[in-house]
Structure formats: C-alpha cells, structure tokens
Design a protein around this ligand. Structure first.
Ligand code: GLN
Length: 483
C-alpha cells in the first residue's frame, strides 16, 4: 500500500483514480489514525464512521463502473461542530446542544456531500466559536500537535489541529474574527476566510451574522482553493450570499507586479524574514509602511468586541430550553426555567458575551457603544479601501506570537488581544488567508503570514498564496511532525 500520510487532495485523488487505494481504505486509514492519535490531541468530538464508509462505498462503486470522479470524491475531511449535519450530532461544543441531532445539513456540507467528499468527524472548537484557543469548549481542550502543552488556537482549533495531525485531508471552519486564520497559524496549516457572503451560512450555527464566514483549513492554498470552489456561490437559502465574479482559472499565475504593505514589528521577525525570502519577480513587496499606520488596529479590536457580542446576544436568544436543546429540570416558572437552563448549560465566556451584548444594545447605551462601534467599522472599511487603491494585498503576520501555553490566558481580555491582527478583515468583510511562513526560534513553533485583499479578490489572494507556496516549503513541514 502506498504511504497515505499527509496526502494532498490531488495526491489522494490520483491514488483513487489509479486504483492504488479504494475510497473505503482511505476512509479507514483516517479513522484508524484518529483512533490511535486523537487521545493525545483531542481534536475530535464525534466520529461519523458508518456514514463515512457508506459515502466512500458509493465512490468506490462509481470508480469500479469506470466513471470519472471529481477531485473531492472520496476525500476524507472533518468539519467544525458549528455545521449542521443531518443525523449527526452537532453541538457547537456547548452542553446546551449536547444531544442535538439536526434534521438537515448546512448548504456547505451538502455541497461537499454532492461533490463526493467524505465527512469523517466533527471537531472541537470554542463553545459557539467564542474564543481563540479552543479552551472554551464545554467538552475538553484540544492540544497543539506541535507542542501538546500549547493551544491549537481557536475557535476552529479542532479543524487546524486535525489537519496538522492528519486526521483528514482538509477541514471546514468558521471565521468571525480570525477563527480560521489564527488556529491555522498556530498549527502550521493554511486557513482561508473568504469575502463575506461568498460562502453560504445556511445551516451554520450563528455567532455574529454580519461577520461569520465559512472557509477551508487545508495543507496548502491549492487544496484550500479546491474546497473553496465547491462551497462558494449564491444560495437561495441565505439572502446575504453573492456570486464570485472572478472566474480566473485555478492554474493561472497572478499577473503583473503585485504591491503589498507589510506590518513589521519586533515580534514578527520570523514573518518578516519569510516575506523577505519571497520571490520578488512577481511580488513587489513594499515593507516601509506599517499596517498600524494604515488601519487603526486597536480601535478595530475594541469595535469588534462591542459589535460581535451585540449580535451574539441576539442570535443566542433561541437557546432558551423551550424550542430545542437542553432544558434545566425542576424550575418554578418560565423565567426560572430560562435562568436555570442558561446557567446550567452555557459556559462562562458565552454568558459574558451575552451580557456585554445585551448591555451595549440597551436603551441609553446604544449610542455610546453599538453606534460608536458601527462608526468605527465604517472607518476601518474606508481605511482599507484607501490601502487597496494602490495595493493588491496587505501582508501582515496572522498573530504576534506563536501558540501560547494552555491555561496561560485565563483573563478574557488577554485572550481578546490575540485577535489584534485578524478582526479588521472581518469588520470590512474582505478575504484573508493565513499560510505558514517560518518557525519561531525559541519555541520552534510555526508562525503564519496573512494575505488580505479587497472584497471579491478571493482568487487573487489564493493565487498569491499559491505563488509563495510554490517557491517555499513551510507548508510541507507538517510531514516532519512526530506524534
Ligand atoms: N477569537 C475571536 C473571538 O473570540 C474570533 C472568534 C471567531 O472567529 N469565531 O471572538
């Protein structure tokens, strides 16, 4: 049998087409890996073995009939537990949805299903995606495959850890303020947050509806693009979706000289060295400007932590123990039932955000907080528009430091600060990708570079990332991981 470790989508596809491996064997290989190694990493919440084998069998029948198969057919993947999966438990890593089995699947899960991809597991995350380390999961923490004492990042920490540990060839995540890019950076994988609205949110458990984006976590930008092309597009079930107008073929190189601004600072030496090594024949990288001078990063972070809790407090109203989900026993009356259900089944960070959001939206405080933060949102959009008038992309580190130690950011504000370099992309709805760019020397841990473009420039951003990866090897270092 060929070596099946750390296959790319194309490599796995070629093995399937050449009949060197069957889709069922490939699925079994990944499930076996999860069984052996997940006790160390704890990235997985639910393994969907029987459904996965059934889907793989369908692909094998198709191959046996001599029919051609698509690139994603038979490819095993994992999905964050924010995606509704028909007949498969979906928890958002919350106790309030502990036994919830959805009656339908998210559009993106359906699209992947139709493309023949094999969902093998639902993965861990921060509860309702509130957090940046996956420590807020109500079930257990997930460990970073590079250093088990460290966090994988969050909130899509299970997605990034499962791609880094090779528990699936790619994963689906959600990004409201950095939750695909930050864990991708901490785990040495590639994570792509598309333009807001390009991928359907139908059937995705809501965090903050005007921020939430769905995107792939993968081993390379090429793999991320293959998945993105399948999940993107207008969806009649999500009125905020838009069609992607850029039809540039996947293999086309970015044309002309691309200019980029880079945020350079003491903490990001690894990233600046990585950027300095990028082939300058295509990317004309201008490093004088600092992102902090172009975009008011601290204002963006403050505005994010007003607007997102506000939307959360509205979206999470539905978890009241009446309509669905867990319900507290022995309550005196309806109000008592609401109070008991929420205090028993929602974790502290979720409660904190609901209180902050309710406060910011209440009469008397609305103008001072919510409205002010919305004005800042407009400022961020204007600031970025200005940058993109003369630049194709912004290159900026994904995070200021590598993955931190488990338990080291117990103060919520310290955790919020880790989002400094990611949230502005969500405030403006622009596409952003994080790719591995080097290793921080004292810890030996991976660091990520973000490439951020203007709305609708998803394909261009992916092309830049692919160009960098075609000329460097950081994304292949995963293969050296010893678990
Ligand atoms: N860490 C950020 C937060 O806690 C981002 C979360 C996300 O993107 N889901 O809000």
């Amino acid at each position: 049998m060929p070596d099946l470790n750390y296959l790319s989508i194309t490599e796995a596809h070629e093995l399937l087409v050449a009949k060197k491996i069957s889709a069922q064997e490939l699925t079994e290989f990944y499930i076996g890996k999860i069984r052996n190694l997940n006790p160390k990493i704890r990235a997985i919440l639910t393994v969907c073995e029987s459904q996965a084998l059934k889907q793989a069998k369908k692909v094998d029948t198709k191959i046996a009939s001599g029919a051609e198969i698509g690139l994603l057919e038979g490819i095993p993947y994992t999905a964050k537990d924010m995606f509704l999966t028909k007949g498969i438990r979906t928890t958002a890593a919350s106790k309030i949805l502990e036994d919830y089995i959805p009656p339908y699947s998210a559009t993106v899960i359906e699209k992947l299903d139709q493309a023949g991809a094999v969902l093998i597991a639902k993965v861990n995350q921060d509860e309702f995606a509130h957090g940046g380390s996956t420590e807020n999961s109500s079930y257990h923490v997930t460990h970073n495959p590079w250093d088990l004492d460290r966090v994988p990042g969050g909130s899509s920490g299970g997605s990034a850890a499962s791609v880094a540990a090779d528990f699936g060839i790619f994963s689906l995540g959600t990004d409201t303020g950095g939750s695909i890019r930050q864990p991708a950076s901490y785990c040495g994988v590639t994570g792509f947050k598309p333009t807001y609205g390009v991928v359907s949110r139908y059937g995705v458990i809501a965090m903050a509806s005007s921020f939430d984006c769905v995107g792939p976590v993968a081993r390379s930008a090429k793999d991320a693009q293959i998945v993105f092309e399948v999940i993107a597009g207008k969806d009649s079930k999500d009125s905020t979706t838009i069609a992607l107008s850029d039809k540039t073929p996947r293999d086309k190189k970015p044309v002309g000289k691309l200019k980029a601004v880079f945020y350079d600072d003491e903490d990001s030496n690894v990233v600046s060295k990585g950027v300095a090594a990028i082939d300058s024949s295509l990317l004309n990288i201008q490093t004088e400007a600092s992102i902090a001078e172009l975009v008011p990063l601290e204002l963006a972070l403050a505005a994010y932590y007003v607007l997102v809790p506000s939307e959360i407090s509205s979206n999470l109203e539905r978890y009241d123990g009446v309509r669905y989900g867990s319900k507290a026993k022995d309550s005196k009356d309806l109000l008592d039932s609401y109070m008991k259900t929420r205090s028993e089944f929602l974790g502290p960070e979720v409660v904190r955000r609901n209180i902050i959001g309710t406060y910011a939206l209440s009469a008397g405080y609305y103008d001072a907080y919510y409205k002010k933060a919305m004005q800042v949102r407009t400022l961020i959009i204007q600031a970025l528009n200005k940058v993109f008038e003369s630049n194709d992309a912004i290159l900026v580190p994904t995070t200021l430091e590598p993955a931190f130690k488990l338990g080291s950011k117990s103060d919520p504000v310290e955790m919020y600060k880790t989002d400094l370099l990611t949230v502005f992309a969500n405030l403006a709805g622009v596409p952003a990708i994080s790719i591995p760019i080097g290793f921080e020397p004292t810890t030996g841990l991976p660091m990520g570079l973000q490439i951020i473009g203007k709305q609708g420039d998803d394909i261009k951003i992916l092309a830049i990332a692919k160009h960098i990866q075609s000329d460097s090897n950081w994304h292949n270092k995963l293969k050296e991981l010893k678990l």
